[in-house]
Design a protein around this ligand. Structure first.
Ligand code: GAR
Length: 198
């Protein structure tokens, strides 16, 4: 059984998609051991608790320095003996020590077709605002391994989504979630749990 930890900062709809995929059998051979958030108000924590999954919050604000927060995040993560860490809307830079320790064992969902609209400053709604501003007709989502760069690790899965006339950033964000993110993130976890990816 692949032991999975999910890191979140917000609503947790991707976390929900993972939980639903485990229930339906779309993800086989994986269990969610913990959900970790940097944001005490993250609704994702409630989603975890209501399933009896350990929900932990570590806020950078309650530490004296970034280094102390980074150390605590790594120590907390280590407690769960995880095989895979899934960044599902986790908007905190992953400490370098964690990237090294969990090399090829951290994946991230990004709401665009990398290498478009990614890197420093591209997260959440900002990604969709930039896509609309540029006038692209196709966007989508990417699941990739996390390395030392920002959105630069090896790509596992991508799915394209159409941009439609009249789209607002919010409407486009929702379509990208429904048609791409909530599909390819569970699919990537199932692939990793069952040895179907490098
Ligand atoms: C998702 O759209 C995810 O792709 C994005 O944050 C949202 C989280 O939503 N992540 C990034 O932008 C990372 N660069 P959720 O909390 O409902 O899953």
């Amino acid at each position: 059984m692949l032991r999975v930890g999910v890191m979140v900062s917000g609503g947790g709809t991707n976390l929900q998609a993972i939980l639903d995929a485990i229930d339906s059998g779309a993800i086989r051979g994986a269990s969610i051991e913990a959900v970790i958030s940097n944001n005490p108000g993250a609704y994702a924590l409630e989603r975890a608790k209501s399933r009896g999954i350990e929900a932990v919050c570590l806020s950078p604000k309650s530490f004296e320095s970034r280094e102390q927060f980074n150390e605590a995040l790594l120590a907390k993560t280590d407690e769960y003996n995880l095989d895979l860490i899934v960044l599902a809307g986790f908007l905190v830079t992953i400490p370098e020590a964690m990237i090294q320790k969990y090399r090829n064992r951290i994946i991230n969902i990004h709401p665009s077709l990398i290498p478009s609209f990614c890197g420093v400053g591209y997260y959440g709604l900002k990604v969709h605002e930039a896509a609309l501003k540029r006038g692209v007709k196709l966007t989508g989502a990417t699941v990739h391994y996390v390395d030392e760069g920002v959105d630069s690790g090896p790509i596992i899965l991508q799915k394209a989504v159409e941009v439609l006339p009249g789209d607002t950033p919010e409407i486009l964000q929702r379509r990208v979630m429904e048609e791409a993110e909530w599909k390819i993130l569970p699919e990537a976890i199932d692939m990793i749990a069952n040895g179907r990816t490098v």
